[in-house]
Write a protein that binds this ligand. Structure first.
Ligand code: FMN
Length: 152
């Protein structure tokens, strides 16, 4: 499974899930992809994949979506999870109306790096109008992930 790709989302009101499905639709023509809510995905499974794309919103005051707390807390335990073979990228959803902008996505990105995973692209922190930034992120991912000459 080391060549396969998982797209994970952390959501409350569905934006991150919709974007995860969009990413899967864009990339699935040439890659084997699984899409999961982090609520149903044990952190230990990350090691089964070669690449993880994460779309995560922030709630409360900089907190993960309630359903994502268990995953985020477990990942924060860097000593337990060593992921040197995992490549990853994080797209963080948030709103600049809040003090801790995109806090959940930022922590996931930092925690994956602390576990030894390799960042494919710099983290994107996106405000409420996220569609264009997400399309650009997908373009950059496609350029990195897809074999030369294959169009997604
Ligand atoms: C009650 C509430 C609390 C929020 N708290 C934050 C926050 O602390 N930081 C932030 O960047 N965005 C915050 N947001 C904005 C959401 O992250 C943003 O609307 C996101 O697109 C929701 O994505 P989702 O539908 O995948 O959950 C909050 C939104 C609501 C409604």
């Amino acid at each position: 499974m080391s060549g396969s790709l998982v797209i994970l989302y952390a959501t409350v009101s569905g934006n991150a899930e919709a974007l995860a499905e969009l990413a899967a639709a864009r990339l699935q023509a040439v890659l084997a992809i699984e899409v999961h809510n982090v609520a149903d995905f044990p952190v230990g499974r990350l090691g089964d994949f070669g690449t993880a794309l994460i779309v995560a919103s922030t709630w409360g005051e900089g907190a993960p979506p309630p359903e994502a707390v268990e995953f985020c807390t477990a990942l924060h335990d860097h000593a337990t999870h060593r992921l040197p073979r995992l490549r990853y990228a994080v797209f963080a959803l948030g709103s600049s109306n809040y003090t801790v902008f995109c806090g959940c996505g930022r922590r996931l990105d930092e925690d994956l790096a602390a576990c030894g995973a390799q960042r494919l692209l710099p983290r994107v922190e996106s405000d409420l109008k996220f569609k264009q930034a997400f399309e650009q992120w997908l373009d950059r991912l496609a350029a990195v992930l897809l074999p030369q000459g294959v169009q997604a």
